[in-house]
Design a binder for this molecule. Structure first.
Ligand code: 4GX
Length: 259
């Protein structure tokens, strides 16, 4: 996978390329990372990249000429790449989008600043528009890093170890189960006994139940849109029954009070 980032702040990406799994993926040539400075494609002596909006008003707009020059240069570097504009108007990025983008040969990520980019850029030179969430950033750079990070870890061989992006959060539509490591007792709290048992099937069952309960409590919206296996349905029924029993015994207590 080839990433080409277009930005007026390429230095923001230096520490990003230089750490952790992204760094290792570059070293192992699983991904190729580069930036182009949009300012280098400005046509005037002062290398201006922004201008005042037609129609007036506050704020500045990114000029089209430097951006189109940068996008065309990126497309020459990677002709098969998909060109993405990071913007609050884009489709909201999620795990499915990360998986989909991981299938491309290359991604050109266009980072806007100011109030945005001249509309004729988004209209003619952009294949896809992505938002990383419904909040306003000062520029597209952090959004591009989020996309690159989530896409990179979906590329086979980047995670190391048993390498299973399939095993982690969201791949099964659930949040991750609880995790524990040594010591066995920390500040008076012990690790669940089953995890020390060496009984692999029981541990897998416990982990599924942990994942189901965490999703139910923290992100019930995810459970609603998920298709459930028999085992998952049985876990929900068990907890539903337990909750109903508590409510019933509460009502019984109140009836006795009145008698
Ligand atoms: N997810 N921003 C981009 C300038 C801009 C506006 C419109 C292009 C079109 C954001 C987000 C985000 C702020 C980055 C506005 N560029 N990007 N910037 N949320 O808020 O991706």
């Amino acid at each position: 996978m080839k990433f080409v980032v277009l930005t007026i702040f390429p230095e923001m990406f230096d520490p990003f390329w230089d750490h952790g799994i992204i760094r290792r993926a570059i070293d192992q040539k699983k991904i190729f990372a580069s930036t182009l400075n949009i300012r280098d494609f400005a046509e005037d002596n002062h290398q201006v990249t922004d201008d005042r909006p037609y129609g007036g008003g506050s704020g500045m707009v990114m000029k089209p000429e430097p951006l189109s020059g940068a996008i065309r240069a990126a497309n020459r570097k990677c002709p098969a790449a998909k060109t993405i504009l990071l913007s609050p108007q884009g489709r909201v990025f999620d795990q499915a989008a990360a998986n989909e983008l991981a299938g491309f040969e290359g991604l050109v990520l266009v980072c806007g600043r100011y109030e945005g980019v001249d509309e004729r850029i988004s209209h003619n030179l952009i294949d896809d528009e992505i938002s990383i969430g419904d909040y306003v950033l000062t520029g597209g750079e952090l959004a591009a890093m989020v996309v690159i990070d989530a896409v990179t870890r979906q590329i086979p061989g980047t995670l190391g170890g048993e390498d299973a992006a399939e095993k982690d959060s969201f791949s099964n539509g659930l949040l991750e189960h609880a995790h524990y490591t040594r010591p066995q007792v920390f500040e008076g709290n012990a690790v669940p006994e089953i995890l020390l048992s060496g009984h692999h099937e029981a541990i897998e069952n416990w982990r599924l139940e942990s994942a189901m309960l965490r999703t139910l409590l923290k992100r019930p919206d995810l459970l609603k849109s998920k298709s459930l296996s028999k085992q998952e349905l049985d876990i929900l029924k068990k907890w539903s029954q337990r909750i109903e029993e508590i409510i019933e015994s509460y009502h019984r207590g109140h009836r006795e009070h009145r008698e």
